[in-house]
Design a protein around this ligand. Structure first.
Ligand code: ADP
Ligand code: MG
Length: 402
């Protein structure tokens, strides 16, 4: 894969596909981690005399055509403003993605100047399954620049026009964020130092079954918590009350349990819980001292015995991958499990990687020192698909040709 740092960019216009898909609360950015992670590549290109045009998506615009989506938003306006602050220079926001406004900006901007295209998902073609439809948009995007840099790791698992088709039309290279992410994820998949412990949580077991399937043969221990743990406990015949259950996944989960046993992988489930009688921030937390959850209550977090158990299972780890919070950390009364797991991983000396948008947000939200981990991945779906052993379309496009 070519490196953006090796491209001759002075006096050239470079299209950078970044992942600036930040969480917004009534138009205000609540966590700018992804913007910050995109800065090194942009700064390097600008400092070396490139004109940088950034392309990114935000949220999920709906509507059948461009005008409907652009009217409904979200616009990248708040992201352009934050990016300008962080870069310490103006960032011109185009009035469209790859239309009249973008072309005028592209042809008039000079060396060391930065611009941002509007939300690329205003263009329905961005996510089209039709190669020709995506190709037409990719052609318009490519016409804006001389070169393409792929640095939006969080979007690399998407076969989208700006991720997959555009790099094929221009000389292309990978940005620093993408290279850093791939370097770390490769370490997790090829000869990780042992014991290798994987901690999985989050809401839905269906999101994580594929990665569990792949990690069962690689990890030494799998610690499973969060909403997904209840489907495992149910599969073992435990009572789970009103906890989140994916009944259609029980068969798959039973297979995973058998596979883990056969592979000699230690699969550790919660042995106690913090429950509530409803899913709310002000619900009263109650500790249930055993794996079974009483009727009328739902599991919201791992209990104190599980926190200790997980900490012991992590203590001697040399490699850790953590994806998915083990409890509903957004509600302070149910954040102790997430904090305990994060602290136990922080104490590990070895390679520690946090993947997943909500997990990364939890680390910031709980004010844990970010340097407690070797790497906090910006890509949730992308890092999981990489660990599942699947080829990421965006990476494949950057690896192709020159
Ligand atoms: P990531 O984005 O890191 O991959 P997920 O999206 O899989 O993580 O899951 C994050 C969500 O899982 C959080 O919003 C959290 O509240 C939720 N969650 C964790 N534990 C539970 C639980 N016991 N019941 C319901 N939801 C849970
Ligand atoms: Mg998530």
């Amino acid at each position: 894969m070519n490196r953006a740092e090796d491209l001759e960019v002075a006096g050239r216009t470079v299209l950078v596909r970044a992942d600036l898909n930040v969480p917004l609360d009534s138009g205000a950015i609540t966590d700018d981690g992804r913007i910050r992670a995109s800065l090194p590549t942009m700064r390097d290109l600008l400092a070396r005399g490139a004109a940088v045009i950034v392309c990114a998506h935000l949220g999920r615009p709906t509507g059948d055509d461009y005008p409907a989506r652009a009217a409904g938003g979200p616009s990248l306006r708040p992201v352009a403003d934050r990016l300008a602050e962080l870069l310490g220079r103006p960032v011109t926001l185009a009035g469209d993605v790859a239309g009249e406004s973008a072309s005028v900006i592209a042809t008039t901007m000079g060396a060391g100047e930065a611009a941002l295209l509007e939300n690329v998902r205003f263009e329905p073609a961005e996510t089209s399954k039709d190669d020709q439809v995506r190709g037409e948009l990719a052609g318009r995007l490519a016409a804006l620049a001389d070169m393409y840099v792929g640095d939006g790791f969080g979007a690399m698992h998407r076969k989208h026009a700006s991720v997959y088709d555009t790099p094929r039309l221009l000389p292309h290279a990978a940005g620093q964020l993408v290279l850093a992410e791939v370097t770390v994820l490769r370490q997790l998949t090829t000869s990780p130092a042992r014991p290798y412990v994987v901690v999985l949580g989050g809401a839905k077991v269906s999101d994580k079954l594929a990665v569990i399937g792949n990690l069962v043969s690689k990890a030494d221990r799998l610690l499973i918590a969060g909403g997904m743990a209840y489907t495992f406990l149910a599969a073992q015949g435990h009572r789970i009350g009103d906890s989140i259950l994916q009944a259609d996944q029980l068969g798959q989960v039973t297979t995973v349990l058998a596979d883990a046993a056969r592979a000699g992988v230690e699969l550790v489930l919660p042995v106690d819980h913090v429950v509530a009688d409803r899913f709310a921030a002000d619900a009263r937390p109650e500790v249930v001292p055993g794996p079974d959850i009483p009727d009328g209550t739902m599991g919201m977090d791992i209990g104190p015995a599980t926190r200790d158990l997980f900490a012991r299972k992590l203590a001697d780890a040399k490699t850790v991958f953590w994806n998915g919070p083990p409890g509903v950390f957004e509600f302070p009364a149910f954040a102790a499990g997430t904090r305990a797991v994060a602290e136990a991983i922080g104490a590990v000396t070895g390679l520690t990687v946090v993947g997943g948008g909500d997990s990364a947000a939890a680390v910031r939200h709980l004010n844990l020192p970010p340097d407690a981990f070797t790497h906090i991945s910006t890509g949730g779906g992308a890092s999981l698909e990489y660990l599942e052993g699947r080829a990421l379309p965006g990476l494949a496009a950057l690896e192709d040709g020159t």
